[in-house]
Design a protein around this ligand. Structure first.
Ligand SMILES: Nc1ncnc2c1ncn2[C@@H]1O[C@H](COP(=O)(O)OP(=O)(O)O)[C@@H](O)[C@H]1O
Ligand SMILES: [Mg+2]
Length: 268
């Protein structure tokens, strides 16, 4: 197969918080329509790496390329404009607004605008939300339901629907199933498959290795701010789990040689 230009390429990403070196030069690639599992113990740097990609944090060092072009992501809007959407663990939805309003939150479909006067086109938003849910096979009876009345799984679906409403190329999910029931977890995994079927790439951070195994194409393991594994998902689940745990606890490391060289710290 011909070498493809990655959809996303992060190179040598470093990020320090005071005394904590959260990321020590991480490389990460993502291809179109790929589901990448990002795993590692607590404090390994997973969320920080994704916050760099989504514009919540500026890296101290490193570069990001989108479809081969160098980009400068300095805030969440930059990232969103590049087709990257982050779904947060707490879903960040407005409970008192209805489903359609939540899908378009912050980017309402404006019917007309005159100075400070903006009239939202509520019907257009409802129709677009309905279309979107049908397209993604999301089961929500009415887009006029208040979000506070939805189950955890349905809220998750709305948050993901919102992410793809504007043709995201990448959806980042940070522990999306942490607060969900088993049935709702199944729905989120279905949704990930649906995103993939629509050529949307997904980066899934999860402690649930069985989920990563089930929907993932590839897995990256971080440990103490470094990438220690980057491999396609294959073999049986027991083998997979055993290997990943070995990387997580430091018993295995595919990139050890690269960083055992003395590293010249740049000053200033
Ligand atoms: N905003 C921040 N301020 C200070 N330290 C932070 C901040 N964000 C993350 N860290 C630290 O960076 C390290 C990596 O954190 P994080 O990326 O959240 O790990 P993970 O998501 O893998 O659990 C941890 O030691 C964490 O305490
Ligand atoms: Mg985290």
């Amino acid at each position: 197969m011909a070498e493809q230009i990655p959809l996303v390429e992060m190179r040598n990403i470093k990020k320090r918080f005071g005394a904590v070196q959260a990321l020590r030069g991480v490389d990460l690639t993502l291809h179109r329509g790929e589901v990448l599992g990002l795993v590692g113990d607590n404090a390994a740097g997973k969320s920080t790496l994704m916050k760099v990609l989504s514009g919540a944090y500026l890296p101290d060092e490193g570069q990001i390329f989108i479809e081969g072009k160098r980009v400068h992501i300095t805030n969440p809007e930059d990232s969103r404009r590049l087709g990257i959407e982050m779904v947060y663990q707490d879903f960040a939805l407005a409970g008192n607004l209805d489903v359609a309003a939540n899908v378009f939150l912050g980017r309402e479909v404006v019917r007309w605008e005159l100075g400070p006067l903006r009239v939202m086109n509520k019907r257009a938003m409802e129709e677009r939300a309905r279309d979107l849910f049908d397209r993604l096979k999301i089961d929500i009876s009415s887009v006029r339901l208040k979000v506070e009345r939805l189950s955890g799984g349905q809220r998750q679906a709305v948050a993901i629907g919102r992410a793809v409403a504007f043709d995201a190329k990448v959806v980042i999910m940070d522990e999306p199933t942490a607060a969900l029931s088993v049935a709702a977890i199944g729905k989120v995994l279905e949704l990930i498959r649906e995103l993939k079927a629509h050529q949307c790439a997904v980066i899934l951070i999860s402690h649930r290795l069985e989920d990563v195994y089930e929907v993932g194409d590839r897995v990256v393991v971080l440990r103490q701010g470094r990438k220690v594994a980057d491999r396609p998902i294959s073999g049986d689940i027991h083998e997979f789990r055993e290997q990943i745990v070995a990387y997580m606890v430091g018993a295995r490391d595919d990139f050890a040689a690269e960083t055992s060289q003395p590293v010249l710290e740049r000053s200033g």
